[in-house]
Design a protein around this ligand. Structure first.
Ligand code: E4P
Length: 217
């Protein structure tokens, strides 16, 4: 399973990159705003800064919601760097835009996906990635992981090449469960990745090894 980090915070991206296990980055307008990145010029520069840290797919979201606007913005974003993936919302105009970008060989990430029907449309349009938001489904008492399972089944039935990018990951167990299901990618905050390191037996075992080594030295 590929690991993407879900943030626009450059320090956190650098920290995850330094681990040597990072495959890509996802951002969205809210994550940009959280870092105080506003205005088109600053946002574009920020995408370039991220691309200079991580050599992997970097999702950059369009703001337009009409077809022509999404095409214009998506083409601009795709020209910025070879690793940019144009992130497009799951709406009718978005599916039309994804179909267009697919025909042009431009990579896309279909975002704000909350149902198998939507994921099916994204695959039919040839999206590179589909982003089901599992945490936000959990937030409204709906099983987000179940959605990942259902999409996996349907994509496997028809051998769709669209990669399932489990998004809105909130914690470490989400990552583990997505790996069990066979999600192609997960995107999560740094805290969820760091949670994978933790085990008290590792800590106590290391402490014991060092204590025993020091007895003889
Ligand atoms: C990433 O592509 C999504 O925009 C992101 O995972 C949404 O996460 P949230 O539900 O925690 O805002």
């Amino acid at each position: 399973m590929k690991f993407f980090i879900d943030t626009a915070n450059l320090e956190q991206i650098k920290e995850a990159q330094a681990l040597g296990i990072l495959d890509g980055v996802t951002t969205n307008p809210s994550l940009m705003a959280k870092e105080g990145i506003t205005g088109k010029a600053n946002i574009i520069q920020h995408y370039l800064d991220i691309c200079n840290i991580v050599d992997g797919p970097v999702s950059a979201e369009v703001i337009a919601t009409d077809y022509d606007g999404m095409i214009r913005e998506g083409e601009e974003l795709a020209k910025l760097h070879k690793n940019i993936v144009v992130k497009i919302p799951m709406i009718k105009e978005g599916i039309k835009a994804i179909s267009y970008f697919t025909s042009k060989g431009i990579k896309t990430n279909c975002t704000l996906v909350f149902s198998v029907g939507q994921a099916l449309l994204a695959a039919k349009a040839g999206a590179t990635y589909v982003s089901p938001f599992l945490g936000r489904l959990d937030d409204v008492s709906t099983d987000g992981l179940r959605l990942i399972e259902d999409i996996r089944l349907i994509y496997d039935n028809y051998m769709y090449e669209t990669q399932i990018l489990a998004a809105s990951i909130r914690h470490t167990m989400h990552i583990i469960k997505c790996a069990e299901i066979g999600s192609d990618v997960m995107t999560g905050p740094l805290s969820s990745i760091n949670g994978l390191f933790k085990h008290p037996l590792t800590d106590s075992g290391l402490e014991q090894f060092l204590a025993d080594y020091n007895k003889g030295n």
